[in-house]
Design a protein around this ligand. Sequence first.
Ligand SMILES: C[S@@+](CC[C@H](N)C(=O)[O-])C[C@H]1O[C@@H](n2cnc3c(N)ncnc32)[C@H](O)[C@@H]1O
Length: 218
Amino acid sequence: MPKDWYEWHDLYKTEPRLQQRLEIVQEFITHSLNASPDGTIRVVSVCAGDGRDLLGTLKNHPRAKDVYARLVELNPQLVERGRATIESLGLAKQIEFVNGDATIASNYVGAVPADIVIVCGVFGNLTDEAQLSRLLDNLRFLSKQGAFVIWTRGHSQGIAHSDTVRRILSASEFAEVNFKLTATGDMGVGIHRYQGENLPQPKEQQLFVFSGVPNRAR
Ligand SMILES: C[S@@+](CC[C@H](N)C(=O)[O-])C[C@H]1O[C@@H](n2cnc3c(N)ncnc32)[C@H](O)[C@@H]1O
């Protein structure tokens, strides 16, 4: 059992569900980059971990030099590892890893509204459906009209939690572009497009409460 979020990332080495999830997330990031018009592509990643989903995609993507991204992550070791990857890719001028609280709206100022919003490994770490609705509502501050939102949600005890996410998203001006389950069958990955207008000011300073713990991550 991982004792912290840094150790939790080691599970990527052994857990098929996480490996398959990452593959699908990268496929959806690639789709978003390919569909983006010429010019700057703004990306934000909420609770970014070490940024392997976005950075691993940019490594081989022809639009990498168009991407201006802000990744927000609380764990300093993960941020350090992410920054080292950014350096190695030669993207330090365009990609910023903020060691800070991703639940706070001010940590996104200057980087939003984004064209691509990555919210992976987050929805399963909220207390209930009300918190999920709150975060999805606050995505209007992070997302441009037409932005791609890429998300994950694990299933547990036979409950398809990703169905709940899809239901709330489609009721809140997000149109589904694609949805896949991992081959393990218990992890949903979605890509939606925000159809509403961007909210230039956040409705509330705290966008959500992250209450998950690494040894029970869902
Ligand atoms: C399940 S992991 C997902 C990491 C990454 N997005 C991924 O999919 O590989 C959750 C991450 O959220 C981070 N986290 C938890 N609370 C946070 C907060 N308030 N602000 C920023 N990051 C936070 C943890 O440190 C951890 O890296």
